[in-house]
Structure formats: structure tokens, C-alpha cells
Design a protein around this ligand. Structure first.
Ligand SMILES: Nc1ncnc2c1ncn2[C@@H]1O[C@H](COP(=O)(O)OP(=O)(O)OP(=O)(O)O)[C@@H](O)[C@H]1O
Ligand SMILES: [Mg+2]
Length: 399
């Protein structure tokens, strides 16, 4: 059965959503205020359906299964509807037709501050901020402090994904640029001893996150234009300075290269918007760098050759790093002399219990990437093809 909900942005009625109550899926929508709608009001029905689906936790997330079950929900979207679509990353929510609920009654931030129970709805004693917390890794919001803190559990690969996020933080902090990044620390979960990466929210009641996916989908991309440039152009169209966005994206691309981050998809970066003025304020801090530093190559201790490093597949605008580098304009936005040394990397990972030979493997691969970045900055082309032509067949280029 379909039910109607107002799509709200704080107390602004953006439009009406028709939602199938059993599955929680969006069957149709109407826009009242395109300027307040997702996709800047340019979303098609299919795009709005994806927006709504992506707002819920992925079905594959085992940590939420029991919670859905207890709430009597069969799908993540149904659970999202029960929680009024509320999120700690933006100010959208859904208001049941005929209800007089206001933003002040239900907004998650306000209730963290005043530490009062949430308004009950659908027999729930409070709204669950995790109903809209996406991504593949098991995670939750810790609301015990003054600001929300995201805790991502890292049970696989000896907890390396959590350690990687802390290492990325170290790398960014040493660069001393004005490029924003999320500060992750590693903590051990008190109940099971599993490593977690812990970070403060970069969103608030005042600033919300718009993913790069939403940005690029809001305008038609001309065929001749790359997705990288299209993202920059859409940001500029909405008032951001071209140089600021290009520098940000170049910095992210180059640091992702050095860290061998394989998870560069369009939901893993984006833009912040002022939720009162609806003006974009700039790129959101760099986040989610855990799928990096060869974290899946569990048993491998022999460092990669340059061409092997360049052969690593990534998930992003392109599937290879060298293609990403082609878009970089500000090659020197990363200062190679400020990158952590190979020895620092080895010590860093050993401090978190990584086997010395495995830590050396990561550090040496990282060192090769730093060398390649240096060459790239000096105008040399970084290419698998060229590396292969050099006949570089030895397995241990750096001893
Ligand atoms: N510090 C933060 N502040 C606010 N929102 C955040 C923060 N970190 C992550 N998010 C939001 O939570 C989502 C999931 O977080 P994250 O990307 O770190 O998880 P993941 O499980 O590693 O994701 P993936 O499936 O891409 O690997 C992000 O896409 C973003 O919308
Ligand atoms: Mg992510």
C-alpha cells in the first residue's frame, strides 16, 4: 500500500513522496520547491528512487539485520521510513501526511544537545540515527558526547582498515594545507577488542553533506567531458570557486594515489551546504580512506613492482590510478617532502600490531608510490604501459 509523506528540509516542504509501506521503496514523487529538493530539483524519478534507496543502510550490512528484525521491518528502507528518513548527515526528513511534526520536535542534533528523549512515532521510543548511516562497514553513531562521533568497526584484515584511516590522518596532518580532512583515531571496541576507527561528524544542524554522486547527477554531463571535470563544473555552477574545488580534488587524487586507496567512488566525497542559506560552502573533509595500503593482500610480503602497483584496480571515476592522475592540474598541491617516511610508515603499522614483515611490505609499496608521485610532479608520465616497456620484470625493485 502506498502512503504519502512530505519531503521536508528542516521546516520547508520540498515535495511529496509516495512510499510503498511494505517495502519502504519510493514509488513516485512531486516537487514543490525544486531549490530545496535533492539534485537541486533536477532529479528524475529513477534518480530520486536511488537517492531514497541509498539513504537507507545497504541490505548487506549484517550489523543492522537484528535491529530491523526487532523493529518489525523486512527491508532497510522500511526501517528508514519508521525513522522518518532522519539522518545526521543532512536536514532532510519525511513527515507523514496529516502530521503536525516540526523540525524542532524530531531533529536528531537538537536532541543530542538537550539529552531529551525523542518524540515517539510508530511505537519507537526514539529515532535511530543509524537507520540512514550508509556504507559497507559495520558502524554506528555514538551520541554520548556534545557532537556525534562515528565509530566504524574493522573486524577483518587484522583491523587494518581502521589503522589505515588513522595513517591517512597522519599523512594529511603533516601536509599542513588548508584542505579539510577527517581526523580518525584507532580505538579497541570494549566488548570484543576489535579495532574501530573513530571520528567526529563533519556535518551538523548547520552544514549538510551532498555526495559527489548527487552533484554530478544533477546536471547532464556532456559526452566530451570527464566526470572529474563535470564534478568541478557543477560545483562552480552552484557558486564554488573553481580553483578551490580543483585543488581539493587534485589533493584527494594524489593522496589517494600515495595511500593506494581503492575506494574512490562518488559517495566517498562531496560538498557541504549551509542548511539555512542553502549555499554551498566548499568540499567536505576527505573521509573513508580505510580501503587502502594493500589491506586485502593479507599474506603478501614481497613488495610490488611499479607496474604491479599501477595494475591495482580502484573503484571510482576510473578503474586505474593513472587515469585519475591525468585530470590533476595542481600537481604540487601535495608536498612530497612532507610525506611520512617509509620508516615512519613501518613503525606506525607495527605500533598497531602488524607483523614487521607485513609492515615493511606496506611501507615499501608506499615508498614506491611516493617516488612515482615525485616523478609525476616533475612532468614524467605515470603509466603501466611505460613501466612494462622499461622491461621492469624484477620483483624487488627497491631491495
Ligand atoms: N565524519 C563524518 N561526518 C558525517 N558523515 C560521515 C562521516 N563519515 C562518514 N559519513 C557518512 O557516512 C557514510 C558512510 O561512511 P564511510 O564512507 O566512512 O563508510 P564505509 O562503510 O567505509 O563506506 P564504503 O561502503 O564506501 O566503504 C558516508 O558516505 C557519509 O555519508
Ligand atoms: Mg564510504
Amino acid at each position: 500500500m502506498d502512503e504519502y509523506y512530505y519531503l521536508m528540509h528542516k521546516d520547508t516542504v520540498c515535495g511529496v513522496l509516495k512510499i510503498d509501506t511494505e517495502s519502504g521503496t519510493l514509488s513516485n514523487f512531486r516537487s514543490n520547491r525544486p531549490d530545496y529538493m535533492p539534485f537541486f530539483g533536477h532529479g528524475s524519478k529513477a534518480q530520486m528512487q536511488i537517492w531514497w534507496k541509498n539513504r537507507a543502510v545497504p541490505g548487506s550490512r549484517k550489523d543492522m539485520a537484528e535491529i530491523f528484525h526487532q523493529a518489525g521491518c523486512t527491508t532497510p528502507s522500511e526501517y528508514l521510513v519508521k525513522n522518518l528518513g532522519l539522518s545526521l548527515t543532512d536536514s532532510y526528513w519525511i513527515c507523514p501526511n496529516g502530521s503536525r511534526m516540526k523540525w524542532k520536535d524530531i531533529n536528531l542534533y537538537r536532541h543530542i544537545l538537550i539529552k531529551k528523549p525523542f518524540v515517539p512515532y510508530h511505537n519507537a521510543s526514539s529515532f535511530d540515527p543509524n537507520a540512514s548511516l550508509g556504507g559497507q562497514m559495520e558502524k554506528y553513531w555514538d551520541l554520548s558526547g556534545d557532537i556525534p562521533v562515528l565509530v566504524k568497526k574493522s573486524p577483518l584484515y587484522h583491523g587494518q582498515q581502521a589503522v589505515n584511516e588513522a595513517f591517512a590522518t597522519l599523512l594529511h596532518s603533516k601536509q599542513k594545507t588548508d584542505i579539510p580532512y577527517v581526523s580518525y583515531t584507532v580505538q579497541k571496541s570494549p566488548d570484543d577488542g576489535i579495532y574501530c576507527s573513530v571520528c567526529p561528524a563533519f556535518t551538523s544542524e548547520k552544514y549538510e553533506f551532498i555526495s559527489a554522486y548527487e552533484m554530478v547527477s544533477s546536471e547532464l554531463k556532456p559526452n566530451h567531458k570527464s566526470m572529474y571535470d563535470h564534478f568541478i563544473d557543477v560545483c562552480v555552477l552552484h557558486g564554488l570557486a573553481r580553483e578551490q574545488v580543483q585543488r581539493f580534488l587534485d589533493y584527494q587524487t594524489l593522496t589517494d594515489f600515495v595511500l593506494s586507496n581503492t575506494d574512490e567512488h562518488l559517495m566517498n566525497f562531496g560538498i557541504l551546504r549551509n542548511t539555512d542559506t542553502m549555499d554551498l560552502t566548499g568540499p567536505s573533509p576527505i573521509f573513508d580512506t580505510g580501503n587502502s595500503m594493500f589491506y586485502t593482500d593479507d599474506d603478501n610480503v614481497t613488495p610490488y613492482t611499479r607496474s604491479e602497483l599501477l595494475e591495482q584496480k580502484i573503484t571510482g571515476i576510473h578503474d586505474r590510478e593513472e587515469r585519475m592522475l591525468e585530470h590533476v592540474k595542481y600537481k604540487n598541491v601535495v608536498n612530497t617532502s612532507r610525506l611520512p617516511s617509509v620508516q615512519t610508515v613501518k613503525d606506525f603499522y607495527m605500533q598497531y600490531g602488524l607483523d614487521p614483515s607485513r609492515a615493511a611490505f606496506l611501507a615499501q609499496n608506499y615508498g614506491t608510490k611516493c617516488e612515482m608521485l615525485g616523478e609525476f610532479q616533475h612532468g614524467l608520465k605515470i603509466s603501466i604501459f611505460l613501466e612494462k616497456r622499461k622491461g621492469q620484470s624484477q620483483k624487488h625493485p627497491r631491495g
